[in-house]
Design a protein around this ligand. Structure first.
Ligand code: TGC
Ligand code: FAD
Length: 391
């Protein structure tokens, strides 16, 4: 493990944080790694893991104990994401969506009744949630969304469609963002759409080469009637969904390090044992340079995530800092996965090694939660004060 903690970040962690990390690591080794490749090949999500992840307190882990959550700090939460994604990005995605994109908005923008109704069940995994922001024609630019809610005598009627929704077809509750009455981004509101509501369907999307052990669905709303109490009352405008994305992107900045660590670990082991030209390939300078580069980038990403977590714990973290970390850490993880594939030679394309699965997963991670280039432009705006978006 020393190699994967080159700057001894462990010594900066509290005992509780180390315990959380090690517990999740053991869980992933015992419960995720033995089954994940099978699910990846079959394109199925290991639903049996949901109650186990819930029982460990990993869902909505930073939210208060009053709602059945673990009340952890943000570094512990980051370490959870790192260790889950060391197993598979799909498992981390499940937990990210449930915690940061479903439980967080219910907690931050919901009524006390909504919190009490949903949070304890979402924390144990008894209920599953999904987050519907992206539409077929509005991905990077969610402000243009056309899903509409209209006010009626008893509440609202919802029409529209969302696409690329993680956990969609297994969700008991969908946090759905729609424009209420008007057509301006300030009209965007959050609604809780429940499984079984008339006019609501969630067909699963098939044929993915990435995040295959994760459920991705469409959400279709045809005159879905929602009672008044299913509106999230405490936020209006695009800052509602973007506020959730800040939470989830923070977790991804940590999670991507886990995928990179898995690829690096496998590469070191492979380089030490694979013999060519009469010696281990790890004895060749070109291979050593690749490993040195991987370790350097992982170490930089770990320091970045740790500092970001400290800022978040102090309430000082800015969304732009999250953009920098998500952008960098996913980028280096994907590059590391590609180099790892190269080091493994032909074996690198086999499911026997975790490389190709991580590499394919990271292609999605680079796109979702704001594409690499969208985060470049967020930083560009922060640096220059000039927005590259819109007119
Ligand atoms: P803009 O005018 O900049 O902002 C509108 C309002 O939002 C506020 N804001 C934020 N608030 C919190 N966190 C952030 N990160 C925020 N960014 C902006 C902003 O202050 C403003 O507030 P107010 O009070 O003035 O109204 O908005 P824009 O329309 O110019 O858009 C900016 C842009 C392009 C950065 C944004 O639209 C964006 O981030 N686009 C990317 C979309 C995206 O990330 N979608 C993700 C969908 S969910 C997903 O992918 C889940 S995958 C999960 C998994 O499986 O793990
Ligand atoms: P587009 O926005 O069409 O972008 C295409 C390309 O154009 C990208 O390279 C982008 O960077 C570039 N581009 C766009 N605008 C600009 C610009 N202004 N300047 C320069 N380049 C630009 N969404 C949800 O709401 N909930 C989920 O749970 C969810 N889960 C997902 C799971 C998976 C597996 C995937 C793949 C996606 C998921 N998404 C989810 C959707 C994801 O957030 C979007 O795919 C993402 O926001 C990008 O949107 P898009 O795919 O429509 O690409």
């Amino acid at each position: 493990m020393t190699n994967l903690d080159y700057y001894d970040i462990s010594s900066l962690l509290t005992e509780d944080q180390r315990m959380v990390r090690d517990t999740v690591r053991s869980f992933v080794e015992a419960e995720v790694l033995p089954i994940i490749e099978q699910h990846n090949q079959a394109m199925t999500f290991p639903k049996d893991l949901i109650p186990k992840i819930g029982a460990l307190g990993l869902l909505g882990a930073t939210l208060p104990e009053k709602y059945g959550c673990a009340g952890m700090d943000n570094i512990a939460y980051g370490l959870i994401m790192q260790e889950l994604e060391r197993g598979d990005s799909g498992i981390r995605s499940f937990a990210s969506v449930q915690g940061s994109l479903v439980m967080y908005p219910i907690y931050a923008y919901g009524s006390e009744e909504q919190r009490m109704k949903w949070l304890p069940r979402l924390a144990t995994g008894e209920a599953v949630g999904c987050f519907g922001l992206t539409e077929p024609d509005f991905g990077s630019n969610p402000s243009g969304m056309i899903t509409k809610a209209k006010r009626t005598k008893n509440g609202f009627v919802l029409n529209g469609a969302k696409m690329w929704i993680t956990n969609g077809s297994i969700a008991d509750v969908a946090v759905v963002w729609a424009k209420l009455d008007g057509d301006d981004p300030k009209d965007i509101r959050g609604f809780l759409v429940e499984k079984g509501m008339k006019g609501f369907t969630a067909p699963e999307m098939k044929g993915k080469y990435s995040l295959r052990a994760s459920i991705t669905s469409e959400l279709v709303f045809q005159d879905v009637e929602l009672p008044e109490e299913n509106l999230l009352p405490n936020v209006e405008g695009l800052k509602g969904p973007l506020g959730c994305l800040t939470q989830a992107r923070y977790g991804i900045a940590w999670g991507a390090i886990g995928a990179a660590m898995a690829c690096y670990e496998s590469s070191v082991e492979y380089a030490k044992s694979r013999i060519q030209f009469g010696k281990p390939i790890g004895g060749f300078q070109l291979v050593q340079a690749k490993l040195a580069e991987m370790l350097t980038e992982i170490t930089k990403a770990q320091l970045l995530a740790f500092r970001l977590g400290t800022l978040k714990n102090e309430g000082k973290m800015r969304p732009q800092q999250v953009s920098l970390a998500k952008r960098n850490n996913v980028d280096i993880a994907l590059n590391i996965a590609r180099v790892a594939r190269d080091i493994h030679g032909a074996n690198g394309i086999l499911g026997e090694y975790p490389i190709m699965r991580h590499m394919a997963n990271l292609e999605s991670v680079r796109t979702y939660e704001g594409t690499h280039d969208i985060h470049t432009l967020v930083l560009g705006q922060d640096i220059t004060g000039i927005s590259a978006f819109g007119d």
